[in-house]
Design a binder for this molecule. Structure first.
Ligand SMILES: *[C@@H]1O[C@H](CO)[C@@H](O)[C@H](O)[C@H]1NC(C)=O
Ligand SMILES: *[C@@H]1O[C@H](CO)[C@@H](O)[C@H](O)[C@H]1NC(C)=O
Ligand SMILES: *[C@@H]1O[C@H](CO)[C@@H](O)[C@H](O)[C@H]1NC(C)=O
Ligand SMILES: *[C@@H]1O[C@H](CO)[C@@H](O)[C@H](O)[C@H]1NC(C)=O
Length: 382
C-alpha cells in the first residue's frame, strides 16, 4: 500500500515535471518574418521584376509560385514547421495574406548595398537594409490598418505578434559571389567580410529596436558546389575537392560563417532580451552534395533544369528560358523531370527534395547553436 502510494506520487511528480518542461519550451510563434535572398524568396523578386518562369514550381505548386525551385523552400518548411501558412512576399500586392508574417527576401539580395543595378549585375536592389525599412513600414502601417477592422484583421498580424514572432535570416551568399563576379581576388573578397557583417549587425539591431526578439539565422551554404559559380569563375583543377566543388569558394563561405557565428555571439551580449539561434545549413548542404547516394540523391553538381554543358547550366539559357523559332516558342531551359532525386534545381538553387532534406536535418536543433529545436527557439539555453 505504502509502496504504491509512493509510486503514484512519484509518477505524478514526473508527469508534472514533464508538463512543466514542455510548457516552458514550446514557443507557439504566431508569425514568421523572413529576410534573405533567393534561397528564401517566396515571390518578392517576381512581384517587382516579373515572374519566375515555368518549370519553376512544377513539383509542388503545379505552376510558378515566385520561388526559384521546383517546389517549396526551406522557409516554407519552417513556416509549416511552426504551424503557420506559407509566407506571402511583402512586395506582392495581389492576393497576399500577412496575418502570420511576411517575407522580405528577394532573389539576388545582398547584405550590403550594391553599386550596380539588377540589370547590370543581377543583384537585387532590395539589400538587407532596404528589407529592414520595408519591415518597419510593414509594421507601422499594418498596425494602423488593422484598427480599421473588417477584412484587414484577417490579412494583417495582431500587434503582439511582432514581439512574439520568429525572425529568420538567410543572406550573405550573394555578397561573397558579387565580389568574385566583379573580379576581386580571394584576398579582396575576404577583406569585405567585416563590412558585410557590420551591416548585418545594424539590420538585426534595427529589428530588435522594432521589438523583434527571436532570431533564427542560417549561415551561408557551400556556394563552391553551385554550377553558376563553377561555370563562371575559373579555378585550377587542383582546387576542385573530392566532391567536385570549388574549394576556395567553400573556404570563403566557411570563413564568412566563422565570423558570422562570432557576430551572433556579440549580438547576444549586446541585445540581452533577444534569443539567437545560429543554424549551420552549410554542413547539411555540403554533406548532401558530397554524399548524395547515402541520402537517396544523385548528380549533385548537375542542374536538373537547364541547358547543356558539364553542369547542365548555361547563363544564357537558364531554367525556363525560351527562344522563338520561326514564330513558335521553344523551351530551352527544361526540367530533367526527376527533381525528387536531384540536389540542384537550376544551377543556383536547390530542389524541393533537397530543401526538405535540409529542413529535416536542422529542425530538431542538431545543427544549431544552441542545440534547440525550431519550435523552441524562443528559449534561452545558455
Ligand atoms: C559602393 O561604393 C561605396 C562608395 O565608394 C563603397 O564604400 C562601398 O563599399 C561600395 N559597395 C560595394 C558592395 O562594393
Ligand atoms: C489569411 O490567412 C489566415 C490564416 O491562414 C486565415 O485565417 C484568414 O482567413 C486569411 N484571410 C483571408 C482574408 O483570407
Ligand atoms: C572580369 O574579367 C573578365 C575577364 O577579364 C571581363 O570579361 C569582365 O568584364 C570583368 N568583369 C568585371 C565586372 O569587371
Ligand atoms: C524555319 O523555317 C524555315 C523556312 O520554312 C526553315 O528552312 C528552317 O529550317 C526553320 N528553322 C527551324 C530551326 O526550324
Amino acid at each position: 500500500m505504502a509502496i504504491s502510494i509512493t509510486l503514484t506520487l512519484n509518477i505524478g511528480i514526473l508527469l508534472l515535471w514533464g508538463l512543466k518542461a514542455s510548457s516552458s519550451s514550446a514557443c507557439n510563434f504566431p508569425a514568421v518574418f523572413n529576410f534573405g535572398d533567393s534561397n528564401s524568396d517566396t515571390g518578392g523578386l517576381s512581384s517587382a521584376f516579373g515572374p519566375a518562369p515555368p518549370p519553376n514550381g512544377e513539383t509542388f505548386f503545379g505552376k510558378p509560385a515566385g520561388r526559384y525551385s521546383d517546389g517549396r523552400l526551406i522557409i516554407d518548411f519552417i513556416a509549416n514547421g511552426v504551424g503557420l501558412p506559407y509566407l506571402s512576399a511583402y512586395l506582392n500586392s495581389i492576393g497576399a495574406n500577412f496575418s502570420h508574417g511576411a517575407n522580405f527576401a528577394t532573389a539576388g539580395s545582398t547584405i550590403r548595398r550594391q553599386n550596380t543595378t539588377l540589370f547590370q549585375s543581377g543583384f537585387s536592389p532590395f539589400s538587407l537594409d532596404v528589407q529592414t525599412w520595408q519591415f518597419s513600414q510593414f509594421k507601422s502601417r499594418s498596425l494602423l490598418v488593422y484598427k480599421q477592422g473588417g477584412v484587414f484583421q484577417d490579412l494583417l498580424p495582431k500587434e503582439d505578434y511582432f514581439s512574439r514572432a520568429l525572425y529568420t535570416f538567410d543572406i550573405g551568399q550573394n555578397d561573397l559571389t558579387s565580389g568574385y563576379f566583379s573580379n576581386m581576388s580571394a584576398e579582396e573578397v575576404k577583406a569585405t567580410i567585416p563590412d558585410i557583417l557590420n551591416k548585418f549587425t545594424i539590420a538585426i539591431q534595427s529589428i530588435y529596436g522594432e521589438g523583434g526578439r527571436y532570431f533564427w539565422i542560417h549561415n551561408t551554404g557551400p556556394f563552391g558546389c553551385l554550377p553558376y559559380v563553377l561555370d563562371r569563375i575559373p579555378i585550377l583543377a587542383s582546387q576542385v575537392d573530392r566532391a567536385g566543388c570549388g574549394a576556395p569558394f567553400n573556404e570563403m563561405a566557411q570563413l564568412f560563417n566563422e565570423k558570422l557565428k562570432k557576430t551572433v555571439d556579440q549580438l547576444r551580449e549586446q541585445l540581452p532580451l533577444a534569443v539567437f539561434t545560429y543554424v549551420d545549413v552549410y554542413s547539411v548542404k555540403y554533406s548532401l552534395v558530397s554524399q548524395p547516394r547515402k541520402f537517396g540523391f544523385g548528380h549533385p553538381l548537375v542542374a536538373c533544369c537547364g541547358h547543356g554543358g558539364k553542369y547542365n547550366y548555361n547563363i544564357h539559357a537558364g531554367c525556363g528560358k525560351t527562344i522563338t523559332v520561326n514564330g513558335t516558342q521553344q523551351l530551352l531551359g527544361k526540367s530533367c523531370g526527376k527533381p525528387l532525386t536531384r540536389v540542384n534545381w537550376d544551377g543556383v538553387h536547390y530542389t524541393e527534395a533537397a530543401n526538405k532534406f535540409v529542413f529535416d536535418q536542422i529542425s530538431e536543433g542538431a545543427f544549431s547553436d544552441p542545440t534547440i529545436p525550431l519550435t523552441m527557439a524562443c528559449n534561452k539555453h545558455r
